[in-house]
Design a protein around this ligand. Structure first.
Ligand code: FAD
Length: 338
């Protein structure tokens, strides 16, 4: 295990923010991870665990230890007539894992194709796209408890998944390093093509026989055409969560803004498209210094080159305030601001 000092994190976050970490270590095995916990007394230190760095905004140098999770490996555990249990180590690239499952006909995560990042971060915010969230196929996860170096298992219930939420963003925050995730996948696919443009793309391609591969290809095509590629334009995907507001408030706003976009949420609440709110406030495509809101996706904040995390955070706060002023709705970041 090689602990490096004063390392630039620019290559380790998809915003491409150039801040330094006081200490930086890549962990390749469970043994290394446990050693790190016991030898370095991580509880007393300021630590930041990183996977692909695709859901963070680094606003300043990190005066602590960055632990890059590089634990690899995927294995089929067992199966019954209906399901297959597959365990993936936390450092596996999420999309590679999705493709691995599709190749073997293991269904359930095809709609989550091409989401950046690693397997270990997926439960953190219960990643979701095109009508599927990982909670739908989640079995359990294993994590090292930082205080003791011991392994703990979290069931689906223990993870307390919600919309872009889990226990790891709340009471378990900063207490565990996720080492592996076990998924319960379907042998017989349950196709979900009702979200976004999936069906449209399948029709356009003339797909006659639906398969998990065809859905994955459609999702990849849509995502590649819609979202800026972080390798070309630094970003962290959707910066804000879609807010849930009381349905009464939604109905009132709808009288004023007839084209306001909303979806049913928990009883009595409506989920409003944050991108629409931001666009209505005039931010879509607006460039502010080295940053801005993307021209095609108002919800995606971008680094046009050389932006600091503080600059992006200032933009995010200005957007947040203008949405509050215009609609009386508070939008909160989905991205982890460090
Ligand atoms: C272009 C683009 C599109 C995106 N589209 C989507 C989308 O459709 N749906 C969606 O849900 N998300 C989306 N995202 C966000 C992002 O891809 C996911 O949140 C992803 O799961 C983050 O993975 P990561 O490995 O990059 O996490 P990181 O950014 O490295 O970390 C995210 C958080 O998890 C913590 N963490 C990471 N690994 C571990 C671990 N092993 N143990 C404990 N804590 C850990 C970190 O400390 C941090 O707080 C998108 C991002 C981009 C750039």
């Amino acid at each position: 295990m090689n602990i490096l000092q004063n390392i630039s994190l620019q290559a380790y976050n998809t915003f491409g923010i150039d801040v330094k970490a006081k200490e930086f270590v890549e962990v390749h095995s469970l043994e290394e991870l446990k050693t790190l916990c016991s030898v370095f007394n991580l509880l007393e230190r300021n630590i930041l665990v990183l996977g692909g760095g695709s859901n963070i905004l680094l606003t300043k140098d990190f005066e602590g230890m960055v632990i890059c999770n590089r634990l690899e490996g995927i294995e089929k555990l067992h199966e019954d007539d209906e399901f297959i249990w597959v365990k993936a180590m936390a450092g596996e690239v999420w999309h590679h894992f999705v493709l691995w499952c599709i190749q073997r006909g293991y269904a359930g995560i095809e709609n989550l194709s091409l989401i950046p990042g690693c397997v270990g971060a997926a439960p953190m915010q219960n990643i979701g796209a095109y009508g599927v969230e990982i909670k739908d196929v989640f079995d359990s996860l294993e994590a090292v408890e930082i205080a003791t170096g011991e392994m703990k298992t979290f069931t689906r219930a223990a993870c307390k998944f919600g919309y872009r939420e889990s226990v790891f963003k709340h009471e378990a925050k900063g207490k565990y390093i996720i080492s592996s995730v076990t998924f319960k996948l379907y042998k017989q696919p349950r196709f979900n093509t009702s979200y976004g443009a999936i069906q449209q793309v399948l029709d356009k391609k003339g797909v006659k026989e639906l398969s998990i591969k065809a859905i994955s290809d459609a999702v990849i095509e849509i995502r590649s055409s819609k979202l800026p590629d972080p390798k070309k334009l630094g970003n962290s995907g959707s910066f804000f969560k879609n807010p849930e507001i009381p349905s009464m408030q939604f109905e009132q706003l709808k009288q004023q803004y007839a084209d306001m976009v909303g979806y049913p949420a928990s009883p009595g609440f409506t989920k409003v498209a944050a991108g629409w709110l931001i666009e209505q406030c005039g931010w879509k495509g607006k460039v502010v210094g080295n940053t801005g809101s993307h021209k095609d996706q108002a919800l995606v904040l971008v680094n046009y080159g050389g932006a600091t995390g503080a600059e992006i955070w200032q933009l995010a706060m200005d957007i947040q305030q203008s949405v509050k002023d215009k609609f009386g709705i508070e939008i909160v970041p989905e991205v982890n601001v460090i």
